[in-house]
Design a protein around this ligand. Structure first.
Ligand code: GAP
Length: 514
Protein backbone atom coordinates (compact mmCIF):
# COMPACT_ATOMS: atom_id res chain seq x y z
CA UNK A 1 0.00 0.00 0.00
CA UNK A 2 1.28 3.51 -0.84
CA UNK A 3 1.75 5.59 2.32
CA UNK A 4 0.22 9.04 2.65
CA UNK A 5 3.74 10.43 2.84
CA UNK A 6 4.53 8.96 -0.58
CA UNK A 7 1.29 10.38 -1.99
CA UNK A 8 2.28 13.80 -0.66
CA UNK A 9 5.75 13.56 -2.24
CA UNK A 10 4.17 12.60 -5.55
CA UNK A 11 1.76 15.51 -5.28
CA UNK A 12 4.61 17.98 -4.76
CA UNK A 13 6.55 16.51 -7.70
CA UNK A 14 3.44 16.53 -9.90
CA UNK A 15 2.61 20.13 -9.06
CA UNK A 16 6.10 21.19 -10.10
CA UNK A 17 6.20 19.06 -13.26
CA UNK A 18 2.88 20.43 -14.49
CA UNK A 19 3.42 24.12 -13.74
CA UNK A 20 1.42 24.54 -10.53
CA UNK A 21 3.99 25.36 -7.84
CA UNK A 22 7.74 26.00 -8.08
CA UNK A 23 10.22 26.62 -5.25
CA UNK A 24 10.96 30.37 -5.18
CA UNK A 25 14.13 31.48 -7.00
CA UNK A 26 14.90 27.84 -7.70
CA UNK A 27 17.96 28.53 -9.86
CA UNK A 28 19.61 29.79 -6.66
CA UNK A 29 18.49 26.64 -4.79
CA UNK A 30 15.24 28.16 -3.55
CA UNK A 31 14.23 30.04 -0.42
CA UNK A 32 12.78 28.04 2.44
CA UNK A 33 9.00 28.25 2.83
CA UNK A 34 8.60 30.59 -0.15
CA UNK A 35 7.00 29.37 -3.39
CA UNK A 36 6.03 30.65 -6.82
CA UNK A 37 2.87 29.68 -8.65
CA UNK A 38 3.31 28.57 -12.25
CA UNK A 39 1.10 28.90 -15.31
CA UNK A 40 -1.52 26.40 -14.09
CA UNK A 41 -1.13 27.23 -10.41
CA UNK A 42 -1.95 30.89 -10.90
CA UNK A 43 -5.15 30.01 -12.80
CA UNK A 44 -6.26 27.64 -10.04
CA UNK A 45 -5.39 30.21 -7.40
CA UNK A 46 -7.28 32.98 -9.21
CA UNK A 47 -10.33 30.71 -9.52
CA UNK A 48 -10.24 29.95 -5.79
CA UNK A 49 -10.00 33.66 -5.05
CA UNK A 50 -12.87 34.40 -7.40
CA UNK A 51 -15.06 31.74 -5.78
CA UNK A 52 -14.40 33.35 -2.38
CA UNK A 53 -14.63 37.00 -3.49
CA UNK A 54 -17.87 36.61 -5.43
CA UNK A 55 -19.44 34.46 -2.70
CA UNK A 56 -18.79 37.33 -0.29
CA UNK A 57 -19.37 40.46 -2.33
CA UNK A 58 -21.93 39.31 -4.94
CA UNK A 59 -24.05 37.06 -2.77
CA UNK A 60 -24.12 39.42 0.22
CA UNK A 61 -25.24 42.95 -0.52
CA UNK A 62 -23.98 44.01 2.92
CA UNK A 63 -20.41 42.81 2.27
CA UNK A 64 -18.06 45.10 0.33
CA UNK A 65 -14.39 44.70 -0.53
CA UNK A 66 -11.23 46.74 -0.07
CA UNK A 67 -7.59 46.40 -1.04
CA UNK A 68 -5.42 47.92 1.71
CA UNK A 69 -1.66 48.44 1.48
CA UNK A 70 0.77 45.88 2.87
CA UNK A 71 2.73 48.60 4.66
CA UNK A 72 0.84 50.18 7.54
CA UNK A 73 1.64 52.75 10.19
CA UNK A 74 3.79 50.92 12.78
CA UNK A 75 1.42 51.85 15.62
CA UNK A 76 -1.15 49.56 13.97
CA UNK A 77 0.85 46.56 15.16
CA UNK A 78 1.34 47.95 18.63
CA UNK A 79 -2.44 48.45 18.91
CA UNK A 80 -3.27 45.02 17.50
CA UNK A 81 -0.94 43.32 19.99
CA UNK A 82 1.37 41.86 17.32
CA UNK A 83 4.49 43.74 18.46
CA UNK A 84 4.20 42.37 21.99
CA UNK A 85 2.55 39.01 21.56
CA UNK A 86 2.83 37.60 18.02
CA UNK A 87 5.47 35.11 19.08
CA UNK A 88 6.51 31.49 18.68
CA UNK A 89 8.33 29.62 21.47
CA UNK A 90 11.73 28.57 20.08
CA UNK A 91 14.33 26.13 21.38
CA UNK A 92 17.84 25.38 20.06
CA UNK A 93 19.77 22.15 20.08
CA UNK A 94 23.28 22.99 21.26
CA UNK A 95 24.94 20.20 19.27
CA UNK A 96 23.34 20.63 15.85
CA UNK A 97 22.81 24.41 16.33
CA UNK A 98 19.37 23.85 14.78
CA UNK A 99 16.40 25.90 15.97
CA UNK A 100 12.92 24.43 16.46
CA UNK A 101 9.50 25.56 17.60
CA UNK A 102 9.05 24.00 21.03
CA UNK A 103 5.29 23.63 20.48
CA UNK A 104 5.89 21.81 17.17
CA UNK A 105 8.35 19.37 18.78
CA UNK A 106 5.65 18.53 21.34
CA UNK A 107 2.92 18.30 18.70
CA UNK A 108 5.14 15.91 16.73
CA UNK A 109 5.57 13.84 19.88
CA UNK A 110 1.79 13.60 20.26
CA UNK A 111 1.41 12.74 16.57
CA UNK A 112 3.72 9.75 17.09
CA UNK A 113 1.19 8.31 19.54
CA UNK A 114 -1.63 9.08 17.08
CA UNK A 115 0.29 7.25 14.36
CA UNK A 116 0.87 4.27 16.65
CA UNK A 117 -2.86 4.16 17.40
CA UNK A 118 -3.71 4.42 13.69
CA UNK A 119 -1.33 1.53 12.91
CA UNK A 120 -2.92 -0.67 15.60
CA UNK A 121 -6.40 0.09 14.25
CA UNK A 122 -5.29 -0.62 10.68
CA UNK A 123 -3.73 -3.96 11.67
CA UNK A 124 -6.84 -4.99 13.59
CA UNK A 125 -9.11 -3.95 10.72
CA UNK A 126 -7.19 -6.29 8.43
CA UNK A 127 -7.32 -9.10 11.00
CA UNK A 128 -11.06 -8.88 11.76
CA UNK A 129 -12.35 -7.94 8.32
CA UNK A 130 -15.88 -6.64 7.80
CA UNK A 131 -17.08 -7.23 11.35
CA UNK A 132 -14.43 -4.85 12.74
CA UNK A 133 -15.75 -2.07 14.98
CA UNK A 134 -13.01 0.60 15.07
CA UNK A 135 -14.70 2.73 17.75
CA UNK A 136 -15.05 -0.25 20.09
CA UNK A 137 -11.46 -1.36 19.42
CA UNK A 138 -10.15 2.09 20.36
CA UNK A 139 -11.76 1.87 23.79
CA UNK A 140 -10.93 -1.80 24.54
CA UNK A 141 -7.52 -2.61 23.06
CA UNK A 142 -5.08 -2.31 26.04
CA UNK A 143 -2.28 -1.08 23.79
CA UNK A 144 -4.42 1.59 22.12
CA UNK A 145 -5.81 2.71 25.47
CA UNK A 146 -2.24 3.02 26.83
CA UNK A 147 -1.06 5.09 23.83
CA UNK A 148 -4.14 7.33 24.07
CA UNK A 149 -3.57 7.90 27.79
CA UNK A 150 0.08 8.90 27.18
CA UNK A 151 -0.94 11.24 24.41
CA UNK A 152 -3.66 12.84 26.52
CA UNK A 153 -1.28 13.34 29.45
CA UNK A 154 1.14 15.25 27.18
CA UNK A 155 -1.74 17.20 25.68
CA UNK A 156 -3.00 18.34 29.09
CA UNK A 157 0.43 19.60 30.15
CA UNK A 158 1.05 21.17 26.75
CA UNK A 159 -2.28 23.05 26.57
CA UNK A 160 -1.79 24.46 30.05
CA UNK A 161 1.80 25.54 29.32
CA UNK A 162 0.74 27.27 26.09
CA UNK A 163 -2.19 28.94 27.78
CA UNK A 164 -0.05 30.15 30.71
CA UNK A 165 2.82 31.09 28.39
CA UNK A 166 4.97 28.88 30.62
CA UNK A 167 8.22 28.47 28.66
CA UNK A 168 9.96 26.53 31.45
CA UNK A 169 7.21 23.91 31.41
CA UNK A 170 7.40 23.61 27.60
CA UNK A 171 11.10 22.80 27.90
CA UNK A 172 10.38 20.38 30.75
CA UNK A 173 7.91 18.42 28.59
CA UNK A 174 10.60 18.10 25.91
CA UNK A 175 13.09 16.85 28.52
CA UNK A 176 10.63 14.53 30.32
CA UNK A 177 9.64 12.77 27.11
CA UNK A 178 13.26 12.62 25.92
CA UNK A 179 12.63 14.39 22.63
CA UNK A 180 15.82 14.30 20.55
CA UNK A 181 17.02 16.65 17.83
CA UNK A 182 16.32 15.00 14.46
CA UNK A 183 19.74 16.19 13.21
CA UNK A 184 22.16 15.55 16.10
CA UNK A 185 20.09 12.90 17.86
CA UNK A 186 20.89 14.51 21.24
CA UNK A 187 18.78 15.98 24.07
CA UNK A 188 21.10 18.94 24.62
CA UNK A 189 18.43 21.68 24.56
CA UNK A 190 18.66 25.39 25.40
CA UNK A 191 15.94 27.30 27.26
CA UNK A 192 12.78 28.16 25.34
CA UNK A 193 12.56 31.81 24.18
CA UNK A 194 9.85 33.84 22.51
CA UNK A 195 10.49 34.95 18.91
CA UNK A 196 8.40 37.58 17.11
CA UNK A 197 7.10 36.43 13.71
CA UNK A 198 6.82 39.80 12.01
CA UNK A 199 9.25 40.83 9.27
CA UNK A 200 10.55 44.34 9.79
CA UNK A 201 11.96 46.78 7.26
CA UNK A 202 12.57 50.52 7.05
CA UNK A 203 10.68 53.27 5.28
CA UNK A 204 12.42 56.50 4.22
CA UNK A 205 16.15 57.09 3.87
CA UNK A 206 18.48 56.64 6.81
CA UNK A 207 19.54 60.31 6.45
CA UNK A 208 15.95 61.37 7.29
CA UNK A 209 15.84 59.01 10.23
CA UNK A 210 14.13 55.98 8.69
CA UNK A 211 11.15 54.46 10.48
CA UNK A 212 10.89 50.78 11.27
CA UNK A 213 7.77 49.27 9.73
CA UNK A 214 6.45 45.73 9.35
CA UNK A 215 5.22 43.58 6.51
CA UNK A 216 1.65 42.85 7.61
CA UNK A 217 1.27 39.44 9.30
CA UNK A 218 -2.49 39.43 8.59
CA UNK A 219 -4.73 41.42 6.27
CA UNK A 220 -7.37 41.99 8.96
CA UNK A 221 -5.82 45.14 10.42
CA UNK A 222 -6.15 46.91 7.04
CA UNK A 223 -9.89 46.35 7.42
CA UNK A 224 -10.11 47.53 11.03
CA UNK A 225 -8.27 50.80 10.37
CA UNK A 226 -10.59 51.46 7.40
CA UNK A 227 -13.79 50.71 9.32
CA UNK A 228 -14.91 54.36 9.46
CA UNK A 229 -13.83 55.13 5.88
CA UNK A 230 -15.90 52.30 4.43
CA UNK A 231 -18.85 52.71 6.79
CA UNK A 232 -19.17 56.41 6.05
CA UNK A 233 -18.38 56.50 2.30
CA UNK A 234 -20.43 53.35 1.63
CA UNK A 235 -23.24 54.45 3.98
CA UNK A 236 -23.06 50.97 5.43
CA UNK A 237 -25.54 49.93 8.11
CA UNK A 238 -24.71 47.39 10.76
CA UNK A 239 -24.60 44.44 10.29
CA UNK A 240 -22.14 44.70 7.39
CA UNK A 241 -18.87 43.14 6.31
CA UNK A 242 -15.59 44.20 4.68
CA UNK A 243 -13.74 41.58 2.63
CA UNK A 244 -10.15 41.59 1.49
CA UNK A 245 -7.69 39.30 -0.31
CA UNK A 246 -4.01 39.99 0.03
CA UNK A 247 -0.51 38.93 0.95
CA UNK A 248 0.60 38.38 4.54
CA UNK A 249 4.08 37.64 5.85
CA UNK A 250 5.27 35.62 8.84
CA UNK A 251 8.81 34.61 9.66
CA UNK A 252 7.82 31.00 10.27
CA UNK A 253 10.67 29.05 11.80
CA UNK A 254 9.32 25.63 11.02
CA UNK A 255 9.19 25.62 7.25
CA UNK A 256 7.68 22.40 6.04
CA UNK A 257 4.70 20.68 4.48
CA UNK A 258 5.11 22.47 1.17
CA UNK A 259 2.70 25.42 0.82
CA UNK A 260 0.92 24.64 4.10
CA UNK A 261 3.19 26.88 6.16
CA UNK A 262 4.80 29.67 4.18
CA UNK A 263 6.65 32.87 4.99
CA UNK A 264 4.82 34.79 2.28
CA UNK A 265 1.24 33.71 1.76
CA UNK A 266 -2.17 35.04 0.89
CA UNK A 267 -5.26 35.44 3.04
CA UNK A 268 -8.93 35.97 2.24
CA UNK A 269 -10.42 37.67 5.27
CA UNK A 270 -13.79 39.18 6.07
CA UNK A 271 -14.66 41.21 9.15
CA UNK A 272 -18.38 41.33 9.85
CA UNK A 273 -19.41 44.20 12.14
CA UNK A 274 -22.43 43.53 14.37
CA UNK A 275 -24.31 44.94 17.36
CA UNK A 276 -22.75 44.01 20.71
CA UNK A 277 -24.72 41.10 22.13
CA UNK A 278 -25.63 39.72 18.68
CA UNK A 279 -22.20 38.26 17.96
CA UNK A 280 -23.01 34.63 18.83
CA UNK A 281 -25.88 34.49 16.36
CA UNK A 282 -23.61 35.88 13.64
CA UNK A 283 -20.76 33.59 14.66
CA UNK A 284 -23.03 30.57 14.09
CA UNK A 285 -24.28 32.07 10.84
CA UNK A 286 -20.78 32.54 9.38
CA UNK A 287 -19.53 29.24 10.74
CA UNK A 288 -22.29 27.43 8.86
CA UNK A 289 -21.95 29.52 5.71
CA UNK A 290 -18.21 28.98 5.54
CA UNK A 291 -18.53 25.21 5.96
CA UNK A 292 -21.18 25.18 3.21
CA UNK A 293 -18.80 27.15 0.98
CA UNK A 294 -16.18 24.42 1.39
CA UNK A 295 -18.51 21.45 1.00
CA UNK A 296 -20.21 22.91 -2.07
CA UNK A 297 -17.01 22.27 -4.00
CA UNK A 298 -17.67 18.55 -3.68
CA UNK A 299 -14.21 17.52 -2.49
CA UNK A 300 -15.88 15.13 0.01
CA UNK A 301 -17.94 16.11 3.05
CA UNK A 302 -16.02 13.68 5.26
CA UNK A 303 -12.80 15.58 4.57
CA UNK A 304 -13.93 18.54 6.71
CA UNK A 305 -14.47 19.02 10.39
CA UNK A 306 -14.80 21.86 12.88
CA UNK A 307 -12.25 22.19 15.61
CA UNK A 308 -13.67 24.45 18.32
CA UNK A 309 -11.04 26.22 20.41
CA UNK A 310 -11.36 25.42 24.08
CA UNK A 311 -8.70 27.97 25.06
CA UNK A 312 -9.57 31.37 23.61
CA UNK A 313 -7.34 34.36 22.93
CA UNK A 314 -8.02 37.08 25.52
CA UNK A 315 -9.98 39.22 23.00
CA UNK A 316 -12.15 36.40 21.58
CA UNK A 317 -15.36 34.95 22.96
CA UNK A 318 -15.69 32.12 20.42
CA UNK A 319 -13.40 30.56 17.83
CA UNK A 320 -13.42 27.54 15.58
CA UNK A 321 -11.23 26.20 12.79
CA UNK A 322 -12.39 24.48 9.65
CA UNK A 323 -9.97 21.60 9.21
CA UNK A 324 -9.37 19.65 6.01
CA UNK A 325 -7.91 16.17 5.74
CA UNK A 326 -4.55 16.86 4.09
CA UNK A 327 -2.23 13.97 3.13
CA UNK A 328 -0.57 14.57 6.54
CA UNK A 329 -3.79 14.58 8.58
CA UNK A 330 -6.56 17.03 9.48
CA UNK A 331 -5.20 20.60 9.50
CA UNK A 332 -6.59 24.12 9.80
CA UNK A 333 -7.56 25.76 6.54
CA UNK A 334 -9.76 28.53 7.91
CA UNK A 335 -10.42 30.23 11.22
CA UNK A 336 -13.72 31.80 12.30
CA UNK A 337 -13.37 34.07 15.28
CA UNK A 338 -15.66 36.22 17.38
CA UNK A 339 -13.19 39.01 18.20
CA UNK A 340 -15.51 41.18 20.33
CA UNK A 341 -14.75 44.93 20.00
CA UNK A 342 -11.08 44.39 20.87
CA UNK A 343 -9.45 45.61 17.65
CA UNK A 344 -11.63 48.69 17.12
CA UNK A 345 -11.24 49.66 20.79
CA UNK A 346 -7.47 49.26 20.57
CA UNK A 347 -7.25 51.40 17.43
CA UNK A 348 -9.47 54.03 19.05
CA UNK A 349 -7.15 54.14 22.06
CA UNK A 350 -3.89 54.24 20.12
CA UNK A 351 -5.07 56.70 17.43
CA UNK A 352 -7.16 58.91 19.72
CA UNK A 353 -9.97 58.74 17.10
CA UNK A 354 -13.60 58.13 17.95
CA UNK A 355 -14.25 54.77 16.24
CA UNK A 356 -17.93 54.21 16.93
CA UNK A 357 -21.13 53.59 15.01
CA UNK A 358 -24.38 55.44 15.53
CA UNK A 359 -27.26 52.97 15.25
CA UNK A 360 -30.33 54.92 14.14
CA UNK A 361 -32.69 52.07 14.92
CA UNK A 362 -31.50 51.86 18.51
CA UNK A 363 -30.76 55.58 18.72
CA UNK A 364 -27.42 54.88 20.38
CA UNK A 365 -23.76 54.70 19.47
CA UNK A 366 -21.44 51.80 20.21
CA UNK A 367 -18.20 50.12 19.17
CA UNK A 368 -19.29 47.23 16.92
CA UNK A 369 -18.38 43.62 17.66
CA UNK A 370 -16.64 41.63 14.95
CA UNK A 371 -16.95 38.16 13.48
CA UNK A 372 -13.93 37.31 11.37
CA UNK A 373 -13.64 34.61 8.71
CA UNK A 374 -10.01 34.07 7.72
CA UNK A 375 -8.85 31.54 5.14
CA UNK A 376 -5.42 31.01 3.61
CA UNK A 377 -5.49 30.93 -0.20
CA UNK A 378 -2.46 28.65 -0.30
CA UNK A 379 -3.90 26.15 2.18
CA UNK A 380 -7.14 26.14 0.22
CA UNK A 381 -5.07 25.55 -2.93
CA UNK A 382 -3.33 22.62 -1.24
CA UNK A 383 -6.60 21.08 -0.11
CA UNK A 384 -8.11 21.35 -3.60
CA UNK A 385 -4.97 19.89 -5.18
CA UNK A 386 -4.70 17.05 -2.65
CA UNK A 387 -8.37 16.09 -3.04
CA UNK A 388 -8.14 16.26 -6.84
CA UNK A 389 -4.96 14.18 -7.24
CA UNK A 390 -5.91 10.65 -8.33
CA UNK A 391 -3.87 7.77 -9.71
CA UNK A 392 -6.01 5.40 -11.74
CA UNK A 393 -5.40 2.00 -13.29
CA UNK A 394 -7.15 1.68 -16.61
CA UNK A 395 -8.27 -1.25 -18.71
CA UNK A 396 -5.47 -2.89 -20.68
CA UNK A 397 -2.84 -2.28 -17.99
CA UNK A 398 -2.62 1.44 -18.69
CA UNK A 399 -2.71 4.06 -15.92
CA UNK A 400 -3.23 7.79 -15.61
CA UNK A 401 -2.80 10.61 -13.11
CA UNK A 402 -5.84 12.85 -13.19
CA UNK A 403 -6.59 16.01 -11.25
CA UNK A 404 -10.32 15.83 -10.59
CA UNK A 405 -10.76 19.54 -9.89
CA UNK A 406 -14.24 20.98 -9.43
CA UNK A 407 -14.85 22.21 -12.99
CA UNK A 408 -15.25 25.86 -11.96
CA UNK A 409 -11.77 25.84 -10.39
CA UNK A 410 -9.91 23.96 -13.14
CA UNK A 411 -7.02 26.07 -14.51
CA UNK A 412 -7.84 25.18 -18.12
CA UNK A 413 -11.42 24.44 -19.09
CA UNK A 414 -10.97 22.94 -22.55
CA UNK A 415 -8.27 21.66 -24.87
CA UNK A 416 -8.97 21.85 -28.59
CA UNK A 417 -7.10 19.33 -30.72
CA UNK A 418 -7.11 18.43 -34.43
CA UNK A 419 -6.90 14.68 -35.02
CA UNK A 420 -4.13 15.23 -37.58
CA UNK A 421 -2.02 18.21 -38.64
CA UNK A 422 -3.36 18.44 -42.19
CA UNK A 423 -6.41 18.70 -44.47
CA UNK A 424 -7.69 21.87 -42.82
CA UNK A 425 -8.24 20.23 -39.40
CA UNK A 426 -5.81 22.54 -37.51
CA UNK A 427 -7.52 25.59 -39.03
CA UNK A 428 -10.94 24.29 -37.99
CA UNK A 429 -9.64 23.59 -34.47
CA UNK A 430 -8.23 27.14 -34.25
CA UNK A 431 -11.59 28.51 -35.34
CA UNK A 432 -13.31 26.63 -32.49
CA UNK A 433 -10.63 27.72 -30.04
CA UNK A 434 -11.14 31.35 -31.08
CA UNK A 435 -14.87 31.10 -30.48
CA UNK A 436 -14.42 29.60 -27.01
CA UNK A 437 -11.58 31.71 -25.71
CA UNK A 438 -13.82 34.68 -24.90
CA UNK A 439 -15.54 32.59 -22.26
CA UNK A 440 -12.97 30.15 -20.97
CA UNK A 441 -9.26 29.51 -20.57
CA UNK A 442 -8.56 27.11 -23.46
CA UNK A 443 -5.43 25.52 -24.88
CA UNK A 444 -4.64 24.19 -28.33
CA UNK A 445 -2.64 20.96 -28.77
CA UNK A 446 -1.74 19.18 -32.00
CA UNK A 447 1.36 17.25 -30.88
CA UNK A 448 1.54 13.46 -30.32
CA UNK A 449 -1.26 10.90 -30.43
CA UNK A 450 -4.72 11.87 -29.18
CA UNK A 451 -4.25 9.42 -26.27
CA UNK A 452 -1.10 11.20 -25.12
CA UNK A 453 -2.81 14.56 -25.45
CA UNK A 454 -5.69 13.32 -23.28
CA UNK A 455 -3.18 12.21 -20.59
CA UNK A 456 -1.49 15.63 -20.62
CA UNK A 457 -4.84 17.32 -20.03
CA UNK A 458 -5.85 14.81 -17.33
CA UNK A 459 -2.62 15.64 -15.51
CA UNK A 460 -3.57 19.33 -15.25
CA UNK A 461 -7.26 18.64 -14.64
CA UNK A 462 -8.80 19.99 -17.87
CA UNK A 463 -12.48 18.92 -17.77
CA UNK A 464 -13.05 18.88 -21.56
CA UNK A 465 -11.10 17.81 -24.63
CA UNK A 466 -12.51 18.67 -28.03
CA UNK A 467 -11.28 16.67 -31.02
CA UNK A 468 -11.70 17.90 -34.57
CA UNK A 469 -11.71 15.08 -37.17
CA UNK A 470 -12.74 14.48 -40.76
CA UNK A 471 -16.42 14.21 -39.82
CA UNK A 472 -16.18 17.74 -38.38
CA UNK A 473 -15.43 19.04 -41.84
CA UNK A 474 -18.61 17.40 -43.15
CA UNK A 475 -21.19 18.00 -40.41
CA UNK A 476 -19.78 20.65 -37.99
CA UNK A 477 -19.67 18.19 -35.09
CA UNK A 478 -16.77 17.32 -32.76
CA UNK A 479 -15.89 14.67 -30.19
CA UNK A 480 -16.25 15.96 -26.65
CA UNK A 481 -14.32 13.93 -24.09
CA UNK A 482 -15.06 14.19 -20.36
CA UNK A 483 -12.07 14.13 -17.96
CA UNK A 484 -13.54 12.11 -15.10
CA UNK A 485 -15.56 9.44 -16.92
CA UNK A 486 -13.36 9.51 -20.06
CA UNK A 487 -16.65 9.13 -21.95
CA UNK A 488 -16.85 10.68 -25.38
CA UNK A 489 -19.81 12.02 -27.28
CA UNK A 490 -20.42 13.64 -30.58
CA UNK A 491 -21.88 17.13 -30.35
CA UNK A 492 -22.48 20.01 -32.79
CA UNK A 493 -19.89 22.81 -32.58
CA UNK A 494 -22.77 25.21 -32.06
CA UNK A 495 -23.54 23.59 -28.69
CA UNK A 496 -19.98 23.55 -27.31
CA UNK A 497 -20.02 26.91 -25.59
CA UNK A 498 -23.27 26.20 -23.72
CA UNK A 499 -22.21 22.69 -22.63
CA UNK A 500 -18.87 23.91 -21.25
CA UNK A 501 -20.39 27.01 -19.70
CA UNK A 502 -23.02 24.96 -17.89
CA UNK A 503 -20.33 22.81 -16.29
CA UNK A 504 -17.69 25.39 -15.39
CA UNK A 505 -19.46 28.58 -14.41
CA UNK A 506 -19.77 29.56 -10.75
CA UNK A 507 -23.54 30.01 -10.84
CA UNK A 508 -24.31 26.43 -9.87
CA UNK A 509 -21.99 26.64 -6.89
CA UNK A 510 -23.48 29.95 -5.80
CA UNK A 511 -27.07 28.72 -6.10
CA UNK A 512 -26.16 25.77 -3.91
CA UNK A 513 -24.67 28.16 -1.37
CA UNK A 514 -27.71 30.34 -0.87
N1 GAP B 1 -6.72 37.44 11.09
C1 GAP B 1 -6.72 36.18 11.72
C2 GAP B 1 -5.61 35.33 11.33
O1 GAP B 1 -4.69 35.74 10.63
P1 GAP B 1 -4.66 32.91 11.57
O2 GAP B 1 -5.31 31.68 12.14
O3 GAP B 1 -3.33 33.29 12.09
O4 GAP B 1 -5.72 34.07 11.80
C3 GAP B 1 -5.73 32.58 9.22
O5 GAP B 1 -4.57 32.76 10.00
C4 GAP B 1 -5.47 31.62 8.08
O6 GAP B 1 -4.32 32.04 7.34
C5 GAP B 1 -5.14 30.20 8.54
O7 GAP B 1 -6.31 29.45 8.77
C6 GAP B 1 -4.35 29.67 7.35
O8 GAP B 1 -5.21 29.20 6.34
C7 GAP B 1 -3.63 30.91 6.84
N2 GAP B 1 -2.23 30.93 7.31
C8 GAP B 1 -1.78 31.36 8.49
N3 GAP B 1 -0.44 31.24 8.55
C9 GAP B 1 -0.04 30.71 7.38
C10 GAP B 1 1.23 30.35 6.83
N4 GAP B 1 2.35 30.53 7.49
N5 GAP B 1 1.25 29.81 5.59
C11 GAP B 1 0.12 29.63 4.88
N6 GAP B 1 -1.10 29.97 5.35
C12 GAP B 1 -1.19 30.50 6.58
Amino acid sequence: MVSQEDVFKKLIAHSKEYGFVFPSSEIYDGLAAVYDYGQNGVELKNNIKRYWWDSMTLLHENVVGIDAAIFMHPTTWKASGHVDAFNDPLIDNRDSKKRYRADVLIEDLMSKYDEKIAREVEKAAKRFGETFDAALFRTTSPRVVEYAAKRDAIHTRFSKAMHDNDLVELRQIILDYEVVCPVSGTKNWTDVRQFNLMFATEIGSTADGATKIYLRPETAQGIFVNFLNVQKTGRMKIPFGIAQIGKAFRNEIVARQFIFRMREFEQMEMQFFVRPGEEMRWFDHWKNFRMRWHKTLGLGDDKYRFHDHDKLAHYANAATDIEFEMPFGFREVEGIHSRTDFDLQQHATFSGKNIRYFDHELNESYVPYVIETSIGVDRMFLSVLAAAYTEESLEGGDSRVVLRFPEALAPVKACVMPLVKKDGLPEKAREIMNSLKFGFKCVYDEKDSVGKRYRRQDAVGTPFCITVDYQTMEDESVTLRYRDSMQQERIPIAQLFAVIDDAVNFKKLFKHLM
